[in-house]
Design a protein around this ligand. Structure first.
Ligand SMILES: O=C(O)CC[C@@H](O)C(=O)O
Ligand SMILES: [Zn+2]
Length: 552
C-alpha cells in the first residue's frame, strides 16, 4: 500500500490530508500484516455475480488461523471441572441413537473424537465440553426430526453456529449433542425493492454481506467474527457489532424467524413485512435467547442500501473526556451520516501492534477513536467530515489523526479495532466483560478494575462501541486463575449494577455469566424467563446450563 509522498510525515501534528489518503508515519500495512487474516486478502469477493439464491457456506476465514496459533484443545480444562458443574439427568447417546441419526441424515453424523474436538471448545479456549456426537442437518424438516427424537429420548442438545460466542454459550458443558447449522447455508430470497433477505440460519455473515453488496445492499450488522459467525447465531445472541449505532439492533431489523421448538414442532414466524401488529411478537422471544428456547432455522432481515460514500477517520485523543466530547461534537456536526463511533485505549493499540504486527497510523495517544461516515454523496460527506475534523483539531479534542475513503485503506484502519479480540487471545487467558453503562461512566470501570487488580493481572484494557454505551473490558493473565476471577467477579458486576448498567450488552450470558443475571434483571423478570423456558422446553433439553440460573 503506497502512502502519498506529498503528505507531511511524522510531524508532531499533521495537517489533514485530502480524504482518501492514509496520512502519517505508518509503515506499509501490506508488508506487515501478513497471514490469512489480513484485510483485503480475507474479504475477497468469492460470490459469483448472479443474484440467484445459493448456498453461502464458504470456508470461514479466521477461525482456522486463530486456532492454529492458540493452545491445543487438550490444554483447555473441562468446563465441568473448572466450574464444578453437575451433569443433569439427561439420557446418554447410545449406539441406537447414532444409528437413528445416520438413517435420517446419512454421512452428516460425526462421532469421530478428533473431528469433534474443535466444536467442543469455544473460540477463546476457555470452556470445553465432551460431546460425542455432532449432527449437520440441511433442512428445517431434519432439525424437526432430530429434536422430536431428542425430546422423546431426553437427550440434551447444544445448537451451534460458527462457534464464535464469547460467553461460553456455543459449546456443550457435558455431552450434549451438537446440532450444527453449518450446512443450512442457503439464501432463500432477496427482494431488491424492499431490501428484505430471507436465508437459512447457517449462512456466514460475511458471505451474506458479499452477496448483498453485489446488489447494492449491506447487512445491517457487522462484527469482527463476520468471517465465521452464522446469522442464526447472531440472532440467537442478539449480536450488536459495529453498525448498531446507525442501523439499530437485530430486534428491529429481523422481520421474521423460523424456529424449531424443543419437541420438534416448527414455528413459522418468517414474515417479510415491515409492519405486522397481529398478536404477540413471538420472534422477539427467540432473538437473544441463546438457543435455550428453540433452534432458529431461518431468518428474514431488513437490509439497508449500500452507502455510496464511506469515510473513516482514525483519531488520537489525550483523555477519555476528550473521547466523549469528540463524540458529542461529531454527532452534532455529522448528523445522519455518522455510522460508527468506536474507541480503544492505548493498551489495545500496544497489543495489536505486539501480537498482530499491525501498525498504528497515528502518534501514540492514550485513546483512539474510529469515526465512520456512510452516506450517498461523497462531496457532501467529505465536506462535513472535514469541517468536523478541523473543529476537533482546532479545539484540541483530537491531537492526531488520519482519514481514509478508499475501501482497502478503510479495512486496514478497521482491522486495528476489529482485531483487538484476536490480539488479546495471544496475550494469555482473557477474562472478558461486555458492559452497558451510561456513557460518561464507561471508562471509570476500566480504571477502577486496573487499580483493584494491580499486578495480579497482566493487562487491563477497555474498548468498544462508545456510541452505543458499550464497553468491552478485558483482562489478561498468563493463565486462568480462580483467585483472579474472584477478584474480578462480582466486583465488575456490582460496579455495573451501581450505575444501572447491563452485565451483558451484546455477547449474551452463555455459560459464564448466567449466575450473574440478577445484577441486571429483577427477580420477577428472571422468574418469568424461567416460566417461558419451562413452557417451551419442559424437559430443558435445549442448551442446558446456559443463560438462566438453575431454578433450585
Ligand atoms: O472481545 C471482546 O471483548 C469484544 C468482541 C466484539 O464484541 C467487539 O466489539 O470487538
Ligand atoms: Zn462488541
Amino acid at each position: 500500500m503506497g502512502v502519498p509522498p506529498v503528505v507531511p510525515r511524522c510531524a508532531v501534528w499533521r495537517r489533514w490530508a485530502p480524504l482518501g489518503w492514509l496520512t502519517g508515519c505508518h509503515r506499509s500495512a501490506s508488508a506487515q500484516q501478513g497471514g490469512t487474516n489480513a484485510p483485503g486478502v480475507l474479504r475477497q469477493r468469492e460470490l459469483p455475480r448472479s443474484a440467484a439464491p445459493r448456498p453461502c457456506g464458504w470456508r470461514p476465514r479466521s477461525r482456522r488461523a486463530l486456532h492454529a496459533a492458540a493452545p491445543s484443545w487438550q490444554e483447555v480444562m473441562l468446563t465441568s471441572e473448572r466450574y464444578g458443574v453437575r451433569r443433569l439427568p439427561f439420557s446418554r447417546v447410545s449406539d441406537g441413537d447414532v444409528a437413528f441419526f445416520e438413517r435420517i441424515m446419512p454421512g452428516r453424523v460425526i462421532t469421530n473424537a478428533e473431528e469433534l474436538k474443535p466444536f467442543n471448545v469455544d473460540w477463546l479456549k476457555s470452556v470445553r465440553g465432551c460431546s460425542k456426537l455432532m449432527l449437520k442437518p440441511q433442512t428445517t424438516a431434519e432439525v424437526s426430526q432430530v429434536l422430536r427424537y431428542c425430546y422423546e429420548r431426553n437427550l440434551a442438545v447444544n445448537p451451534q453456529g460458527g462457534n464464535t460466542g464469547l460467553a461460553g454459550g456455543s459449546v456443550p458443558v457435558f455431552d450434549e449433542i451438537i446440532l450444527s447449522t453449518v450446512l443450512m447455508n442457503r439464501i432463500t430470497s432477496f427482494d431488491k425493492v424492499s431490501g428484505i433477505l430471507v436465508c437459512q440460519a447457517g449462512c456466514i455473515l460475511e458471505k451474506l454481506s458479499e452477496y448483498l453488496e453485489e446488489q447494492g445492499f449491506i447487512m445491517p450488522l457487522d462484527l469482527g467474527a463476520k468471517g465465521s459467525c452464522h446469522i442464526g447465531g447472531n440472532v440467537a445472541t442478539n449480536a450488536g457489532g459495529l453498525r448498531l449505532l446507525r442501523y439499530g439492533s437485530l430486534r428491529g431489523t429481523v422481520l421474521g424467524l423460523e424456529v424449531v421448538l424443543a419437541d420438534g414442532s416448527a414455528l413459522d414466524c418468517l414474515a417479510s413485512l415491515r409492519k405486522d401488529n397481529t398478536g404477540y411478537d413471538l420472534k422477539q422471544l427467540f432473538i437473544g435467547s441463546e438457543g435455550t428456547l428453540g433452534v432458529i432455522t431461518a431468518v428474514s432481515i431488513l437490509c439497508p442500501q449500500k452507502p455510496k460514500a464511506v469515510n473513516l477517520a482514525f483519531l488520537g485523543c489525550q483523555s477519555f473526556a476528550k473521547v466523549l466530547e469528540t463524540f458529542t461534537t461529531c454527532r452534532a456536526m455529522l448528523g445522519e451520516i455518522l455510522s460508527a463511533y468506536e474507541f480503544m485505549d492505548e493498551k489495545c493499540m500496544e497489543l495489536v501492534e505486539r501480537h498482530l504486527k499491525l501498525s498504528s497510523p497515528v502518534t501514540d495517544s492514550p485513546f483512539y477513536v474510529l469515526i465512520e461516515t456512510s452516506g450517498s454523496n461523497s462531496t457532501h460527506d467529505e465536506e462535513k467530515l472535514n469541517n468536523f475534523l478541523e473543529q476537533a483539531m482546532a479545539s484540541g479534542l483530537v491531537t492526531d489523526g488520519t482519514v481514509a475513503t478508499d475501501e482497502k485503506k478503510i479495512k486496514t484502519l478497521w482491522s486495528l479495532r476489529e482485531r483487538i479480540t484476536e490480539a488479546l487471545t495471544h496475550d494469555g487467558y482473557v477474562y472478558k466483560y461486555d458492559i452497558s453503562l451510561p456513557v460518561g461512566k464507561l471508562y471509570d470501570l476500566v480504571t477502577d478494575t486496573r487499580a483493584r487488580l494491580g499486578p495480579s493481572a497482566k493487562n487491563v484494557m477497555g474498548y468498544g462501541h462508545l456510541g452505543d454505551g458499550n464497553l468491552h473490558l478485558n483482562i489478561t493473565a498468563e493463565s486462568y486463575s480462580h483467585s483472579l476471577l474472584d477478584a474480578i467477579e462480582p466486583f465488575v458486576y456490582e460496579w455495573t449494577a451501581r450505575y444501572n448498567g447491563s452485565i451483558s450488552a451484546e455477547h449474551g450470558l452463555g455459560f459464564k455469566k448466567k449466575q450473574f443475571i440478577q445484577y441486571s434483571k429483577s427477580k420477577e423478570a428472571i422468574l418469568l424467563m424461567q416460566h417461558f423456558k419451562a413452557m417451551l422446553d419442559p424437559k430443558g433439553i435445549l442448551n442446558p446450563y446456559k443463560m438462566l440460573p438453575s431454578s433450585s
